[in-house]
Design a protein around this ligand. Sequence first.
Ligand code: DOR
Length: 431
Amino acid sequence: MRLLLTGGAVFRNGAFQPLDVAIDEGRIVAVSPALPWEGFSVIKVPDKLIVPGFVDVHTHLREPGFCYKETIFSGTAAAAAGGYTAICAMPNLDPVPDSLENLEVQLEAIRRDAKINVYPYGAITKGEKGETLADMEALAPYVAGFSDDGRGVQSRHMMQWAMKIAKSLNRPIVAHCEDESYLTGGWSVHDGDFAREQGLPGNPSISEWRQVERDIQLVVETGCRYHVCHVSTRESVALIRAAKARGLPVTCETAPHYLVMCDRDLQDHGRFKMNPPIRSAADRDALVAGLLDGTIDCIATDHAPHSAEEKGKGLRGSLNGVVGLECAFPVLYTNLVETGIVPLETILNALCVNPRRIFGLPGGSVAEHMPADLTVLDLNRPHVIDSGSFRSLGRATPFDGWGVGAAVAMTICGDIVYSNLEEDSETEGRQ
Ligand code: DOR
């Protein structure tokens, strides 16, 4: 298919330039002002932005094992609708990808059903149980990194051993940081004012940052590349900032809900429950500061779908996890960019440039000879987030009903994988 995107502004080298983009057989063949239309299906995208496809480095696709929550087909369709052309898939699956044989089950489903690029993580430990290392050597050629997401690796010795091996395999450790010794008696929200007022069991910040601190020391000892998942506390931000200042190979992500909400915004509904929890206003502000000064590299979604029943038991009884792929960009744009808190360029770097740099993924630049891997953004499309219209099988999001000002208009991953353009945008084969 030969496509020509015309009239948009292309995000290149941190700035926007008015350029047309020509695509042939899944590759970008020209990026230039006023390209000739002949022989192309022309798509008019006036006043829209053309950016490298987003990458979510933290998605739960649930297949194999939990297809009632999400499948590779539904999850990647949701990702495409959110502007993502690549995702890194977390390994809390059944079977857990802790051996080549188990990983092959997931790879087979990806080859069969994925609408966009999916890069799986291998598990750090067998069954994510924290007791014995996974077959990291066999997995390494096929995975973006190693993670036991959903659970922190409790043993320092086990993490040290994993980091030594990951370093020798040139793969990052992608860590869910959670020291379980600080979690007593169940937990559902941040251990702060809201928890105390509601009489809810609180999850203290130290459960996260103590393990970040431990692991940074292990990075010093091993030299392993280390990426911290879903950072939620100001103490973690400070530790990561200091590690980067020392030149350590440490990177991290946070998620939209930690950047734009605090525990004051919680309601007693499962769609406000995830792990780590949404923390205090001071934590939120520290995360934004970290995004602005480059401490936080990526904005990931931690898209974690569950069934309506699993999410229907309030803050106390629901499972942890919210969906995020289909509303991440509109929420970030409306609440951080339109408000003047974060420049658009910073958000785009965190969504599409830094993830590829950190994980060595292909694409990431709207330039000649590159794969056609791009997203068209409409910054003037007010709408209300309606989880009922999601492609994801999961519907629980704290952003349901929020008014937003921007939308993803089109996602191209080789071919068009999602389109939500106005009716008059396409002009087939005009000369
Ligand atoms: O809220 C969460 N849900 N946090 C995690 O770490 C795991 C995830 C899931 O798999 O549901």
